[in-house]
Write a protein that binds this ligand. Structure first.
Ligand SMILES: [Zn+2]
Length: 328
């Protein structure tokens, strides 16, 4: 079972949260905000256990009935709000069903806990219906919303939540944590970097992902002139990787290349193709910064229904432009 100490350094408020949930002085609603894989959901579950634990010592004990029921997702007073099967958004219908449960008395005589992972999936109507409950919170009920995209929540909803930020670890700290969790040192170092210090994401990485990263960096920085762009965009036309994830990976690569240009990072061969290392040694840091802005523009384009080919072109054009400006 994960423990609070597994998340040290990922939020400054862990100790306080743990105390609030252990002694029942929790707020009505929290927003755990931070990048994917920084422990938001795991901590929410540990806090639910702390609030409901019947063990005598430090909470959660992990062994009593309530603790075990929370771990097995069978505790009747812990509700995890998910979209309907096959849907991406949390609809107003799902939210109304959830809120109907708020009025029902707790089964086990303790707190009722509603966890809404990726709460940004709530559509506007769903958020508005939650808002009414947040405005008149019932006793002994606590909401924990998690999100990696805080801006997608309505300001009126955000203002009703106590914000708790979660952070990625720096690479060495993430690698040490991964090693402590049983990963081989070499893989831990690579995974820490590839996940940008988000331990939860690092744990999910397979060897293909590592190879994919190398291939992506080769394609990205292999474009030396605009005429080379269609070959790359065509290669990704039918690629099944989640677009958002792909751009997130591109951003990670560019960030590391930028750090290398600034002299703060050695690009290790296991994760970066020769093309990326060549770009970093040839193009100065201003070029890397422009490229990073192009990536951010591309991410905005992705949310406004532009074709993925056009999104990718924005980035590749910038790479080609920098190569043109800095010939050998
Ligand atoms: Zn317990």
């Amino acid at each position: 079972m994960p423990e609070f100490k597994d998340f040290e350094g990922q939020s400054a408020h862990l100790t306080r949260l743990r105390r609030e949930f252990s002694d029942g002085t929790y707020a009505h609603a929290y927003l755990f905000a931070g990048p994917k894989g920084t422990g938001k959901r795991s901590v929410a579950r540990l806090l639910a256990m702390s609030a409901l634990c019947e063990g005598g010592g430090e909470k959660p004990c992990g062994a009593c009935g309530p603790c075990r029921r929370v771990m097995a997702d069978t505790h009747p007073d812990v509700h995890t709000v998910q979209p309907e099967k096959g849907k991406r958004d949390i609809s107003v219908g799902v939210m109304r069903d959830t809120l109907d449960e708020v009025g029902v008395h707790a089964f086990e005589d303790g707190a009722k806990i509603f966890i809404i992972p990726d709460a940004d999936r709530m559509n506007q109507q769903a958020q508005n219906s939650l808002l009414k409950t947040l405005e008149e919170p019932p006793d002994n009920t606590v909401f924990i919303l998690t999100t990696a995209r805080m801006a997608a929540l309505l300001p009126t909803v955000r203002s009703r939540l106590r914000l708790v930020r979660f952070h990625a670890l720096d690479y060495p700290a993430a690698a040490r944590r991964l090693e402590a969790l049983g990963m081989q040192p070499e893989k831990a170092a690579a995974a820490a970097r590839l996940s940008q210090g988000c331990v939860g994401r690092a744990l999910e990485l397979g060897d293909e992902t590592m190879e994919g990263r190398r291939a992506l960096s080769a394609q990205l920085f292999g474009v030396h002139r605009a005429s080379g762009i269609p070959a790359v965009t065509d290669a990704y036309k039918d690629d099944k990787t989640d677009r958002e994830q792909l751009l997130y990976d591109v951003e990670g690569i560019v960030r590391d290349v930028l750090a290398a240009q600034a002299g703060g990072l050695e690009l290790e061969e296991t994760l970066f193709a020769a093309e990326a290392r060549a770009y970093a040694s040839r193009v100065p840091v201003e070029g890397g910064l422009k490229l990073m802005r192009a990536v951010q523009t591309a991410r905005r384009m992705l949310t406004s229904h532009v074709t993925f080919t056009a999104v990718l072109e924005t980035i590749l054009l910038e790479v080609a432009e920098e190569y043109r400006q800095w010939p050998w």
